[in-house]
Design a protein around this ligand. Structure first.
Ligand code: BJW
Length: 226
């Protein structure tokens, strides 16, 4: 049996990382056009760096919560028992899944702790804060940006995800509002191919699932995994 799990900001909320669209969420404090689009970065790189430097500092201080830990346990047990394929697709740019012990994590919206050169495409770990003045260590010329996927850009790992989703027997969506494509279309795509679909979220999202359980991720994910 193949399982595909999709996670969103809600799974990291109880680790102290902000969600985007909840009351008081990141997009209510920072207009997404300004900080999460290539046009916003071209217009005001310093503002975008400030936004991601702030989030990078919070993410470095944060710890995985019981939901991240439960998914890592599930993956380990799944592999050990040879039960089938296991993939964890995350829209999150934090590294809390990896720090909880998850191994097969596909970061479709990139990683906060990585940097990307806008000129030569070099991608590497980001040692600290980024600034508009910093230049790429590989080509020496390009401006650096966070290695994350902004609106209008193509998400990462789409080929692999495109194979995994229709092959899923069980598709589980955790802590995502289902408002951002292409991730918002995965559950329907998996269902069309015959998967059972389950949502674990604080409140029902706009997606359609065979089953939905409501509550805080740190409570309902371990209960589901147990
Ligand atoms: C809890 C909880 C707790 C809270 N426990 N739960 C019209 C139609 C269709 C598509 C488009 C369209 N117009 C434009 C588009 C495309 C666009 C898009 O989807 N726009 C929509 C707004 C309509 N998408 C794109 O541009 C994407 N690229 C693309 O489509 O390329 C074309 C292409 C695709 C595929 C192949 C080839 C070509 C790129 C999207 C990039 C999104 N980037 C961001 C920023 C990343 C960097 C960063 O982190 O700053 O990704 S935006 C932001 O939203 C971030 C997130 O990953 C993403 C999703 O948010 P998420 O995770 O769902 O968070 P929230 O806040 O929305 O929801 C949190 C949920 O948790 C809520 O439900 C809460 O209830 C719950 N919760 N506490 C459990 N304790």
């Amino acid at each position: 049996m193949n399982i595909v799990i999709l996670t969103g900001a809600g799974i990291s909320a109880e680790s102290g990382l902000g969600t985007f669209r909840d009351v008081g969420g990141l997009w209510t404090r920072y207009p997404l056009e300004d900080v999460a689009t290539p046009e916003g970065f071209a217009k005001d790189p310093a503002l975008v760096h400030e936004f991601y430097n702030m989030r990078r500092r919070i993410a470095r201080r944060a710890s995985p919560n019981a939901a991240h830990a439960a998914l890592a346990r599930l993956e380990a047990g799944w592999r050990e028992a040879g039960r089938g394929g296991f993939a964890l697709v995350t829209q999150n740019v934090d590294d809390l899944h990896e720090r909880a012990g998850s191994r097969n994590v596909l970061h479709m919206h990139g990683e906060l702790l990585r940097q990307l050169c806008g000129a030569c495409g070099d991608r590497r770990d980001c040692p600290g804060d980024l600034s508009a003045a910093a230049r790429c260590p590989a080509c020496g010329a390009g401006a650096l940006r966070p290695d994350v996927v902004w609106f209008g850009e193509i998400p990462y790992r789409m080929e692999e995800i495109g194979d995994l989703v229709p092959a899923a027997d069980l598709f589980v969506s955790i802590g995502t509002s289902g408002e951002v494509y292409p991730a918002a279309g995965f559950a329907a795509e998996a269902a069309r191919a015959g998967a059972r679909t389950l949502e674990l979220n604080l409140e029902p999202s706009i997606g359609r699932f065979d089953e939905a359980r409501e509550g805080r991720a740190s409570e309902i994910v371990p209960l589901w995994v147990a």
